[in-house]
Design a protein around this ligand. Structure first.
Ligand SMILES: Cc1cc2nc3c(=O)[nH]c(=O)nc-3n(C[C@H](O)[C@H](O)[C@H](O)COP(=O)(O)OP(=O)(O)OC[C@H]3O[C@@H](n4cnc5c(N)ncnc54)[C@H](O)[C@@H]3O)c2cc1C
Length: 448
C-alpha cells in the first residue's frame, strides 16, 4: 500500500511526488503515456537539436518554477534579442524594432500598459465615429499627448513602454504632439495591442534543453516510483483509494492526487460517483484548441534580413511566430500556433495543408525565402487522448471566481492538482508547480 498515488507524470504530478518523497513518504506516479511531461514535450530532430511541442515559455513571476530549474542545475535562455519584429496588418508587413533588450515589466505594469492602450484605442474609435463628441471635447483633445500618458498610466514602467510601442508603430513622438494627433495616428496605423503582445511586454525565457529537461530530471530523481504506460481507468475511494489500470492491475494507496484537467478527469469511472456539482463545474472549463507547429529551414534566414523571427498578423492561419532555434542547432526553427477557429477547421484537414498554410503566412511576413522549409512538425493537443485540448482549460469570465476554488477542493482522500486547479497562474507551468506543491503539502499533513 502506497502512502500516496498520483495520476499523471506531468509537471504537477512530478512536483507533488517529489515533495512527498522528500518527506520519506511512499509514492507511486501512474502515467498513461510512455513518457513523462504531459503537456511538456521535446521532439528530437535528426541533427540532434529539438523543438518543444508543448509548454515552454517562462513569464515574470514564475518563481516556483525558476526555483526548481535552479535546484536541478538547469539554465534559462531569453528570446533572441537581435532583429526587428514583423507586424503584418491589412496585407502589409512592417518591420519594427524589438524592445527585448529593455528591462522587463512587472505584471502590474503590464496590466497598467494594457489598460492605457485600450483607453487610447477606445478614444480613437470615438473620435472616428462621434463628431459631436469631438467638437464638445476640442480643448481636452488638444492637450499634450505626453501629459495624457502620465495622467492615464500610473506606473513609470508602463509609461516608458507605452512611449516605445507608440514610437515603434508611428516613429518617435514629436516634441509637441497633441492627444488628437496621437488618436489620428492610432486610427491610421497598426494595432498597438497586437504589437505589445508579441514585442516583449512580457519578457519570456525558456529552459536550455527544453522544459522537458525539467520533467525528465524530476522523474529521474523519483526513479521506479514513476510508472509509464499505466493508464488509470477506475478510481474507488473511501477510507483509502483503489485504482484500476487499463490492464486490470489494482494499485492501493492511503491518499490520491489526480492531476488530470477537469474535463479529462470526468472520463474516468469513479466509485462513489463524483458529486454532480463537480461535473457541472468541469463542463464549464472547456480546454482550448491550439496546434503548435514548427517550420524548419536550412538556416534561420530571417536573421540575415535583420529580423528576430517574431511576427504578428491580423489575418492568416498562423498569426504569431517566434524564432525558437535551439542553441547549437544546424537549422533554423520557426514556431507558430494555429488557434481557435483556424485550429478547429484545419485540424480536420491534412498535415500537408497545414504545412502549406503556415508556409504561406511566413512568406507573407518574411518574404520568399520562407517558401522552402525542409521539415514541418506539429502537435495537435486536442487530438491527444491523455490531454484533450490546450494550452489548458479555458475559464470564461466569472467562471474561475465561482467554480475554480471548488474544483480544487478534495473529495475525501482524493485530491486535485494541476495547472487548472491553481489559484494563481492558472493554466500555466507555474500554476502546475504551485498547485502540485500545495496539494502535496496538504496530503503530507493528512498522512501525519
Ligand atoms: C502547446 C502548448 C503550449 C503551452 N505553452 C505554455 C507556455 O509557453 N508557458 C506556460 O506557462 N504554459 C504553457 N502551456 C501550458 C502548460 O504546458 C501546462 O499548464 C502544464 O504543462 C500542465 O501541467 P499539469 O501537470 O497540470 O498537466 P499535464 O501536463 O496535462 O499532466 C497530466 C498528466 O496526466 C496523464 N494522464 C492523463 N490521463 C491519464 C490516465 N487516465 N491515467 C494516467 N495518466 C493520465 C497525462 O498523460 C499527463 O502526463 C502550454 C501548453 C501547450 C499544450
Amino acid at each position: 500500500m502506497f502512502d500516496c498515488a498520483i495520476i499523471g507524470a506531468g509537471l504537477a504530478g512530478l512536483v507533488a511526488a517529489r515533495h512527498l518523497a522528500d518527506r520519506g513518504l511512499k509514492v507511486c506516479v501512474l502515467e498513461a503515456r510512455d513518457r513523462v511531461g504531459g503537456r511538456v514535450e521535446n521532439k528530437v530532430l535528426n541533427d540532434g537539436s529539438y523543438v518543444e511541442l508543448g509548454g515552454q515559455w517562462i513569464g515574470p513571476g514564475f518563481d516556483s518554477l525558476l526555483e526548481i530549474i535552479e535546484e536541478l542545475g538547469l539554465e534559462t535562455i531569453g528570446m533572441p534579442a537581435d532583429g526587428n519584429l514583423v507586424v503584418r496588418l491589412r496585407g502589409q508587413a512592417l518591420s519594427v524594432p524589438s524592445s527585448e533588450d529593455e528591462p522587463a515589466l512587472t505584471p502590474f505594469e503590464v496590466s497598467d500598459l494594457g489598460q492605457g492602450l485600450m483607453r487610447l484605442r477606445r478614444l480613437a474609435e470615438r473620435l472616428r465615429t462621434d463628431n459631436a463628441w469631438r467638437q464638445a471635447n476640442d480643448t481636452w483633445l488638444n492637450q499634450d499627448l505626453r501629459r495624457w500618458i502620465t495622467t492615464n498610466l500610473r506606473t513609470q514602467g508602463a509609461q516608458r513602454r507605452f512611449t516605445e510601442v507608440y514610437a515603434a508603430a508611428f516613429g518617435p513622438m514629436p516634441q509637441e504632439c497633441t492627444l488628437l494627433e496621437g488618436l489620428h495616428q492610432v486610427n491610421a496605423g497598426p494595432d498597438l495591442e497586437t504589437m505589445l503582445a508579441s514585442n516583449g511586454g512580457l519578457h519570456q525565457k525558456r529552459v536550455e534543453g527544453g522544459m522537458a529537461a525539467v520533467t525528465d530530471a524530476l522523474a529521474a530523481k523519483l526513479g521506479d516510483a514513476v510508472r509509464l504506460g499505466a493508464e488509470v481507468v477506475k478510481v474507488e475511494h473511501g477510507d483509502g483509494v483503489k485504482l484500476t489500470l487499463a490492464d486490470g492491475e489494482v494499485v492501493e494507496a492511503k491518499q490520491l492526487i489526480s492531476t488530470l484537467p477537469p474535463r479529462l478527469a470526468m472520463s474516468l469511472e469513479h466509485e462513489p460517483a463524483l458529486p454532480q456539482w463537480r461535473s457541472e463545474a468541469a463542463d464549464k472549463v472547456a480546454p482550448g484548441n491550439v496546434i503548435k507547429a514548427f517550420l524548419i529551414y536550412d538556416t534561420p534566414f530571417w536573421r540575415e534580413l535583420g529580423l528576430s523571427g517574431q511576427s504578428s498578423a491580423d489575418e492568416g492561419a498562423v498569426r504569431v511566430t517566434f524564432d525558437t532555434t535551439a542553441k547549437g542547432a544546424a537549422k533554423g526553427h520557426l514556431m507558430g500556433f494555429f488557434e481557435g477557429a483556424d485550429a478547429d477547421s484545419l485540424s480536420r484537414r491534412s498535415v500537408t495543408l497545414r504545412e502549406r498554410a503556415f508556409t504561406d503566412s511566413v512568406v507573407r511576413s518574411f518574404g520568399e525565402q520562407g517558401a522552402k522549409p525542409v521539415a514541418y512538425l506539429e502537435r495537435d493537443w486536442a487530438a491527444e487522448k491523455f490531454t484533450g485540448g490546450c494550452h489548458g482549460a479555458h475559464f470564461a469570465p466569472g467562471v474561475w471566481t465561482t467554480n475554480g476554488p471548488i474544483l480544487a477542493q478534495a473529495d475525501g482522500p482524493l485530491h486535485w492538482a494541476g495547472a487548472e486547479y491553481a489559484n494563481r497562474f492558472n493554466g500555466y507551468l507555474e500554476g502546475a508547480v504551485r498547485s502540485g506543491r500545495e496539494v502535496a503539502a496538504a496530503v503530507a499533513r493528512n498522512l501525519a
